[in-house]
Design a protein around this ligand. Sequence first.
Ligand SMILES: NC(=O)c1ccc[n+]([C@@H]2O[C@H](COP(=O)([O-])OP(=O)(O)OC[C@H]3O[C@@H](n4cnc5c(N)ncnc54)[C@H](OP(=O)(O)O)[C@@H]3O)[C@@H](O)[C@H]2O)c1
Ligand SMILES: [Zn+2]
Ligand SMILES: [Zn+2]
Length: 358
Amino acid sequence: MVQGKFDVIHGWAAKKPGIKVEPWSYKPRPIGPHDIEIEIMHSGICGSDLHTLKAEWEKTDYPAIVGHEIVGRVVTKGENVTRFSEGDIVGVGAQVYGCLQDKCSECSRGLDPHCSEAVFTYNEKYPDGEQAQGGYATAVRVDANYAFKIPDAIANGYLEYAPPLMCAGVTTFAPMIRKGVKKGDKVGVVGIGGLGHLAIQFAHALGAEVYAFSHSPNKKQQCLDLGATHFINTSDEEDLKSVHRKLDYLFVTSSSQSNEYNKYMSWMDFGAMIILLALPAGKMSFGAGEFTSSEVLITGSLIGGVDVLQKTLDFAAEHNIRPIIERLPMEKVNDALERVNSGKARYRIVLDNPVSSN
Ligand SMILES: NC(=O)c1ccc[n+]([C@@H]2O[C@H](COP(=O)([O-])OP(=O)(O)OC[C@H]3O[C@@H](n4cnc5c(N)ncnc54)[C@H](OP(=O)(O)O)[C@@H]3O)[C@@H](O)[C@H]2O)c1
Ligand SMILES: [Zn+2]
Ligand SMILES: [Zn+2]
């Protein structure tokens, strides 16, 4: 068993439901033969971090260190790891383990987020009972299959832009590829936050005509600059009329608890597809009338597997897709969480550790 650099990992943990985190340390799991230890340089704040901190989903195990948009340097590797060397710059997203066996019906089809053995980056237990803890910390130990090389075009000078690609990026790009978004399609994005502002860029790069839907009119110019052709203010009835039966796809990324599916369906061409990405607490509801008369297809998508994660990074590098970020030092994490919680962040906050590249 190799010895790691970090006997103790210092992080920022929530001890109870809410968005306050405080310094807390834990003893990391041993470094197995397929694991790597990463010294964290940058860590993004995802909307899912807030749902977890507030225990809005099933259950949060406190103390909980969240954060699953992680970028850092490999400092230790297990005996069997050949993909990486010490010093490599890698990213980790929302999943840290899947069996990846051919005999697994999910992993063999690129659906490893749905593998029965999947372990997500935080608020999860490994099969051996160890608690997984996330990226608001000095380091993390993960299965090397769930670490990804940051393309040189991003790593050289733009590394702080890489974390949001690890969750927000892949979560929006993966279903676009899987559902076949192509040149000329009319693609809507509801909710222009971390996910939404990357969805605009990916859809635009795939050649789609992009409609950005937002309840924040002051986001209009940035949406257009990112590649949207149309900005629809969701409180403006005239704007909404103009999109009646227009869209081929609609990606729902708004974390509002009152997503209005009846309205969304009326924007869709017959048989078009709504893809739900947001995970607000509570149930979705819609009327049978709008559902039957729009003949809409409704589906969802959960992050992205190992194959599409590397593709996301490479596609982003090739097409110069870059999140708009606000950077704060890790010790300002509570201020950062406040900004995200109050809808002030534009559009992703990235926390920097003192070891960050610049
Ligand atoms: N499916 C997956 O695998 C997956 C992966 C990552 C995240 N998620 C989920 O996706 C959702 C969005 O994540 P994110 O990181 O993009 O969050 P975010 O940066 O906070 O953005 C959420 C956006 O939702 C819109 N919004 C409308 N009403 C809101 C309200 N009452 N409260 C908060 N936001 C409201 C805002 O956009 P406008 O101002 O433009 O209206 C806001 O920018 C979260 O529910 C998250 O858990 C799912
Ligand atoms: Zn996320
Ligand atoms: Zn599997």
